[in-house]
Design a protein around this ligand. Structure first.
Ligand code: GAR
Length: 203
């Protein structure tokens, strides 16, 4: 079983969807550890219901970004994590961290990349006047939401949408997409060639 480590900063609904998929038998991974950079994060409160190691690594307790990332990497290594899963993790990881988990970091972003990278992707889509948006699961490289795309799902932008309404529609799609992308990875069905990720059929 692939051991994943989940990094999350906030609500943790994507982590919840991953846990639900595991419990429903749709995803065969082990969550080795959940790490939040935010001591107040709801994601940590969720974890009291589960027998999964979880902890906070607070950026403010480190004098440099590298020390902070080294502490995260150490914790992931102690738990034998093979794939790092960013689920609403609101920090950009530096080269230093990415080199340690080369090709083994996944992120979910609430837009159809390369449109609307960075923060407030749903608001960006609304303000731009896009008629569709969606979500993207991708491998992480040193850029901002620029790594090779694994899966995408589109959702409509409606005329009376608020940022919250659009974000809810997108996150609902995320909860289906992320467990599917993780399953593909764990089944060894993803091949990265440059920017393109090829998905092989199930044997
Ligand atoms: C999700 O919509 C995710 O795509 C987004 O934050 C939300 C986290 O929700 N991530 C980013 O914007 C990354 N830059 P959750 O904490 O309920 O999973």
């Amino acid at each position: 079983k692939t051991v994943i480590g989940v990094l999350a900063s906030g609500r943790g609904s994507n982590l919840q969807a991953i846990i639900d998929a595991i419990q429903a038998g749709r995803l065969d991974v082990k969550i080795g550890v959940v790490i939040s950079d935010n001591p107040e994060a709801n994601v940590l409160k969720r974890m009291v219901n589960y027998d999964i190691p979880s902890l906070c690594i607070d950026r403010r307790q480190f004098s440099s970004r590298q020390d902070f990332e080294a502490a995260i990497a150490e914790e992931l290594n102690i738990r034998h994590v093979e794939l790092v899963v960013l689920a609403g993790f609101m920090r950009i990881l530096s080269r230093y961290f990415i080199d340690r988990f080369e090709g083994k970091i996944m992120n979910i972003h609430p837009s159809l990349l390369p449109s609307f990278p960075g923060e407030n992707a749903q608001q960006q889509a609304l303000e731009y006047g896009a008629k569709v948006s969606g979500c993207t699961v991708h491998f992480v490289d040193e850029g901002m939401d620029t790594g090779p795309i694994i899966l995408q799902e589109a959702v409509p932008v409606l005329e009376d949408d608020t940022v919250e309404a659009l974000a809810d529609r997108i996150v609902h799609a995320e909860h289906i997409l992320y467990p599917r992308a993780l399953a593909l990875y764990c089944e060894g069905r993803l091949t990265v060639a440059g920017r393109r990720v090829y998905i092989t059929d199930k044997e």
